[in-house]
Design a protein around this ligand. Structure first.
Ligand code: ADP
Length: 372
């Protein structure tokens, strides 16, 4: 496609009509068109798919299929028409023309009333729209590629930062342990700070790697028993649960879902960890994990009695690095819920939150159910 020589497909079984359109368009001073022609709907579809024209002039009445069937065949997976189509209707066929517009045609012209002027206008609009759509698609592709490059870069960066960080952590721990008698109080305090910062950075790198890994690895769908998975996660959190004396109630009949066990594991680890972290200090933690079925999906609800979230932050918390608290109050990296969001999206599910400040939050995770 070029702006200068737009491609036009004329799909019409009447050779005289095609000739008229061509003659008209040759008078257009704005563009020099390249014409392609077919007489039947089936051949027209093949042609359009092959040359991806800037505009299609489509006669409603074709020998094999009608214009509406043609449009239906041209639609992409999302049901939209990735071409600018001008439907040519006969006099008195306005209702068909209207239907064509509803089915994704950009414009319609009544053949008997056609003038070079209104044909130019319709075609110029169509070309403009095609150019805009293609530019947008190109930008989207570029953006996606850039995004992937950034993700790969973040992954490589995080990965390569690990080795030097391990060395810094290791040596500062040695200084902290073996030189504590040599150092004065200030010295010991500084080394403690270094060790603490190293732990934070290690967690940040680990979370970043988990986040970028999600994008890189292939998704392996299989049936996943939520009950077993959650019990394993809770077992892994035993130390923290005992420390905080949290009470956790988990529905006994958790169902099977269909998805990737690594991603599902990440979703529930992050949500359960958060539910233990964002607690009210003066209140015993109470968590409950229940579920219900909604059509072909399972909705898991994790309710806590923690600090709660202001509704104005419901969306924001699922974005990367978005935190509502300082590290001193509640340590974290702002990556956990971004992982949860990305994982549920990839699995064709959803995640959202409902909360009351000071009372608690409920996170909802919707995943495809596994049907035996
Ligand atoms: P992190 O916990 O590392 O800060 P997350 O992405 O997991 O990052 O969470 C983002 C923010 O959402 C948190 O900083 C916190 O403010 C808020 N949040 C998450 N879970 C809860 C919860 N269960 N209760 C209250 N606030 C929460």
């Amino acid at each position: 496609m070029t702006e200068k020589n737009p491609t036009i497909c004329i799909i019409d079984d009447n050779p005289e009509d095609r000739e008229v359109f061509r003659r008209y368009l040759l008078q257009d001073t704005r563009y020099r068109y390249q014409f392609y022609e077919e007489e039947t709907g089936e051949d027209g579809l093949t042609l359009c798919r092959k040359i991806q024209p800037d505009c299609i002039l489509l006669d409603y009445k074709l020998p094999d299929i009608d214009g509406l069937e043609f449009l239906a065949n041209l639609a992409d997976n999302s049901g939209s028409i990735p071409f600018a189509v001008i439907m040519l209707a006969g006099l008195g066929d306005e209702s068909i023309a209207l239907q064509a517009m509803k089915s994704g045609a950009q414009d319609y012209l009544v053949k008997d009333e056609m003038t070079p002027g209104n044909l130019f206008r319709a075609i110029h609009n169509a070309i403009e729209r095609t150019t805009m759509r293609r530019t947008l698609e190109k930008h989207q592709q570029d953006l996606e590629q850039k995004n992937q490059e950034i993700q790969a870069f973040a992954y490589a960066l995080a990965h390569d930062l690990r080795a030097p960080l391990r060395a810094i952590t290791g040596f500062s721990q040695i200084v902290e342990e073996d030189y504590k008698n040599v150092l004065d109080a200030d010295g010991r305090h500084y080394v403690e700070n270094i060790v603490h910062a190293c732990t934070q950075m290690d967690r940040l790198i680990e979370d970043l790697l988990n986040y970028t890994r999600i994008e890189h690895r292939a998704i392996r769908y299989k049936p996943v028993a939520l009950g077993y998975m959650i019990s394993q996660i809770v077992e892994g959190l035993t130390e923290r649960i005992n420390q905080t004396q949290a009470v956790i109630l988990i529905a006994e009949d958790l169902p099977m879902v269909y998805g990737d066990s690594t991603l599902i594991n990440q979703i529930f680890i992050n949500l359960l960890e958060n539910a233990l972290v964002y607690r009210k200090p003066d209140r015993q933690i109470e968590l409950s994990l229940t579920w219900m079925q909604e059509d072909d999906f399972v909705v898991v609800r994790l309710a806590d009695n923690g600090i709660g979230i202001d509704p104005k932050h419901y969306e924001k918390i699922f974005s990367l690095f978005q935190r509502l608290h300082s590290d001193d109050l509640y340590p974290g990296t702002g990556i956990g819920l971004a992982i949860v969001k990305k994982a549920t999206d990839l699995l064709g599910g959803q995640v959202w939150v409902e909360s009351t400040l000071g009372i608690g939050s409920t996170f909802f995770v919707k995943l495809p159910v596994y049907i035996l």
